[in-house]
Design a protein around this ligand. Sequence first.
Ligand SMILES: NC(=O)C1=CN([C@@H]2O[C@H](COP(=O)(O)OP(=O)(O)OC[C@H]3O[C@@H](n4cnc5c(N)ncnc54)[C@H](OP(=O)(O)O)[C@@H]3O)[C@@H](O)[C@H]2O)C=CC1
Ligand SMILES: CC(=O)N[C@@H](CCC(=O)OP(=O)(O)O)C(=O)O
Length: 355
Amino acid sequence: MPGEYGETSKIRIAIVGSTGYGGVELIRLLQAHPFAEITSVISSSSAGTPISEGFPHLTDIIVRDLDGVNAAEIADKADVVFTATPSGVSSKLVPGLLEAGLKVIDLSGDFRIKDGGTYEKWYKHPAPEQSYLEKAVYGLCEIFGEEAKDVDFISNPGCYPTATLLGLIPAISSGWIDPKSIIIDAKSGVSGAGRGTSLTSHYAEINENFKAYKVNKHQHIPEIEQVLGQVTGEPVTVTFTTQLVPMTRGIMSTMYAQMNGVYNNEDFVELYRQYYKGRPFVRVRDKGIWPATKEVYGSNYCDIGFAADERTGRVTIITVIDNIVKGAAGQAIQNLNLMMGWEENLGLGYTPVYP
Ligand SMILES: NC(=O)C1=CN([C@@H]2O[C@H](COP(=O)(O)OP(=O)(O)OC[C@H]3O[C@@H](n4cnc5c(N)ncnc54)[C@H](OP(=O)(O)O)[C@@H]3O)[C@@H](O)[C@H]2O)C=CC1
Ligand SMILES: CC(=O)N[C@@H](CCC(=O)OP(=O)(O)O)C(=O)O
């Protein structure tokens, strides 16, 4: 049921940053949403043309010019706006959109870190005003879904933090692993870097190559540490290595931690299945079966597998997501569903594309 908006009327959606990978994926997924209708796509680069001109697989809705519309004009045609814009851009756009009465779901990193000083240290540009940082609900749906209900502003989690936190939180909050011992080894497909071309995402640089980047310097470190600190009630630091894989989509996060007791693979499977019971997008693998990125490709799933090692006393937790779906647009729509009081899987029931 569409809730307060009635049974037949659809929620009107605007998308800013509509020609980037996140924006395009929002359009694709929302076209199949039963209670949402895209009424406005807004771009700083492709105004006046149908979106189908650049993306023939999508709608022929005409793109509006970001510079030519103010927040009130966006609000005339929409109830909810997704800002799929880079960090540093969202921080400037979002306050006006909220003041115009829109509900906002922001895909950037701008509103995830609650401490402005920490944000500036890692993102290297000015933080949004503190009141907006406080207002933003961190939309990691399986963990904080209850907090997303009926709010006006959701900050969608980062792609690496989504894969990593969904893998760590059940074990850490049950006290099964030592929070001081966590090492995260994460790999991403190239679309994680966005659609803009750069030397590092150039075909010849990526193809048949595998490289680490931003080791211990990645802007997702404070986001992961902030949430783990919330869960444990004490500061947590992590070792975090990010790597670029020559594939288009997908993240695999491999996490290593010291176990606080003797647990085997069956114990972990049971713990995680209980923890995520009733959550449609987390799938816990049977013991000894580890997930692969192709098994979630194009879908909103996060798949999890384990290897508890009695010999070393450590557990290896492996998660996979599609970075543009569960890591961005799909989770943003899951947050829309929670915000509106709908079933969280509405419009997101895609089975992964394979091979
Ligand atoms: N790609 C991914 O896997 C993930 C991305 N994110 C985050 O989501 C957001 C969007 O990412 P993604 O779509 O990949 O990025 P892209 O670089 O593909 O697209 C971003 C879009 O933002 C718009 N834009 C760029 N600069 C400006 C500007 N100065 N003013 C206004 N609009 C601008 C452009 O769209 P237009 O020309 O239409 O205005 C651009 O296409 C980013 O904040 C990113 O960090 C989060 C999780 C995962
Ligand atoms: C492969 C790749 O380059 N990925 C990007 C993800 C960026 C991102 O999603 O940025 P925010 O979540 O901070 O907005 C990176 O590692 O910086």
